[in-house]
Ligand binder design. Sequence first.
Ligand code: SAM
Length: 287
Amino acid sequence: MTAIDDLPPLRDVIARHGLSALKSLGQNFLLDLNLTSRIARASGAFDDELVIEVGPGPGGLTRALLAAGARKVVAIERDPRCLAALAEIAERHPGRLEVIEGDALEVDIGGLVAADAAARGTPGARARICANLPYNVATPLLVGWLRADPWPPWWSSATLMFQREVAERIVATEADDAYGRLGVLAGWRADSKILFDLSPQAFTPPPKVTSSVVRVVPRAAPLAVDPDRLERVVAAAFGQRRKMLRQSLKPLGPGILEALAAARIEPTRRAEEIDVAGFVRLTNALG
Ligand SMILES: C[S@@+](CC[C@H](N)C(=O)[O-])C[C@H]1O[C@@H](n2cnc3c(N)ncnc32)[C@H](O)[C@@H]1O
């Protein structure tokens, strides 16, 4: 295993701080520093950007991000047992690691990024997200980041670990079986790509499924539509995905056939056949 810093091996850190993995917190740790370095590098060149990491755990990926040249990492961790291990990393990299104890779903991460930018006199500067996400909150976190307001958002890219099945839903288009609500939201606001897979054995303890690293880059100018209304239309359409749109969209109220015509979509089509631009046209036509 390649040494990326002079901190002790992660297995020793875990043993010393009693960090037995908790299933309830989605804890599957990456202890192979070659792999954490690969994920950190997949985030791209850090230049002078801030990096946001959700769920640093014992700090394997955190160490890789710092070694790869992140100016500063802000890491949000829910498990207080991990704080002492992370403090050792912060001590070794003065001023470059800030650890926030809390639930990433509750923390105002955009506010933290704005505060960092203001303190440096670079208002509007954005952050990269890089994380081996806890699987139980990975999708809600990504959905929140994709729905950020204002847009373009506070993040310039996100390099994230997901279960392979979720990764496929994120990158899916109307040509794919995995296409659904997540694919429409991600396709509307971002460009997403699966970079590589990791087998369960890469993690301690191994999860039941294969994982994928996905890179998500926000679009500068997504098609204009109200996110809440788009979400309502897409939810209705995919709520009955095998039905024709003229049927599945009925709960949205009157005027469905007229809106479908205005959006140039045959009423006999099904949700899984409609691309992102089609859903945007339909939502705007529904008014
Ligand atoms: C899959 S582990 C990844 C740990 C570490 N980054 C690694 O790669 O070895 C997920 C981490 O997220 C933390 N976590 C779980 N839910 C969280 C939440 N809602 N907010 C912040 N951290 C959370 C867990 O305690 C755990 O440390």
